[in-house]
Design a protein around this ligand. Structure first.
Ligand SMILES: C[S@@+](CC[C@H](N)C(=O)[O-])C[C@H]1O[C@@H](n2cnc3c(N)ncnc32)[C@H](O)[C@@H]1O
Length: 266
């Protein structure tokens, strides 16, 4: 069963999600000419961030790449001369070493083997090129832990079949902040900055945590379950999650993220 990303669900918390994106953008250093020739936004989603990056950094030729047809369809609204969107797999992306910027906000966590993927991304950079990446680092939080507990209940285990429940990509793919620091060094970045940051979100109620993760981590279960079974999964998830985090209005939702930036020698 194929279930695409849902841009509307993802955008329900657009203000909260845009803060780390803006922080990541601020980590990129202006170039001496104040203009970048080529940049790429990997896992660009619906494209507004790609446009913001292109505008603020004066990127002459910016491409957003994503594998979701629904996200790319929305992204096309931002296309203009010098800003394009195309389908592709960010795990395989590289170029001839002619990019001044590789940017990836909240996307790298979906693919494994970050050492290999970041090597490919590094190979796509020109001398002096910059890499800027943000990934969630919240796999230990109830929002993720409870999802996996529910997935292992017998009735859902059966629905996932012999392949078993989908793994949590944040738990299995995302490295420790210091591992990214070492990796950037080993890949030849002569300047780097790695931040572990907690974003303090105040949601209208505890139930809104469910709505938040429906647009992100729960999509991996949605892809594997029939619609009625998925709705039963979400209902059980909500009950168990609220038992753990409590029922509050408003609800304080801390969200840990890693932001890292590096520049190659010029
Ligand atoms: C959480 S959204 C982030 C979107 C955007 N970067 C932002 O910050 O608003 C993650 C995006 O990564 C894309 N994605 C996940 N795995 C991918 C892959 N292997 N290749 C290309 N895109 C991928 C999804 O389709 C989705 O649009």
């Amino acid at each position: 069963m194929t279930v695409d990303w849902n841009p509307a669900q993802y955008h329900r918390f657009v203000e909260e999600r845009s803060r780390p994106a803006r922080d990541l953008l601020a980590m990129v250093q202006p170039t001496a000419t104040q203009r970048m020739a080529r940049g790429v936004d990997l896992g660009c989603g619906s494209g507004e961030l790609t446009a913001m990056v292109a505008d603020q950094l004066h990127v002459a030729d910016m491409v957003g790449i994503d594998s979701s047809p629904a996200m790319l369809a929305d992204a096309q609204a931002h296309a203009r001369p010098g800003l394009h969107f195309q389908a592709g797999d960010i795990a395989e992306w590289t170029s001839l070493g002619d990019h001044q910027l590789v940017f990836a906000n909240a996307a790298l966590q979906w693919v494994p083997e970050h050492d290999l993927v970041l090597r490919r991304w590094r190979d796509g950079l020109a001398p002096g090129g910059q890499l800027a990446v943000q990934v969630p680092a919240n796999a230990h939080m109830p929002s993720h832990v409870v999802a996996d507990q529910v997935a292992h209940q017998p009735r859902f285990l059966e629905a996932f079949g012999t392949a078993g429940p989908p793994l949590d990509p944040v738990a299995h793919h995302v490295l420790a902040p210091e591992d990214y620091a070492v990796l950037l060094h080993d890949l030849g970045f002569v300047e780097e900055e790695v931040l572990l940051r907690v974003y303090p979100h105040v949601l209208p109620s505890s139930r809104h945590v469910v709505e938040w993760v429906r647009g992100t981590t729960l999509t991996r279960f949605q892809k594997r379950l029939d619609p009625d079974v998925f709705e039963a999964f979400v209902a059980e998830y909500e009950t168990q999650l609220l038992d753990v985090i409590g029922r509050h209005e408003p609800h304080f939702f801390p969200f840990r993220r890693i932001l890292f930036w590096g520049r190659l020698p010029g």
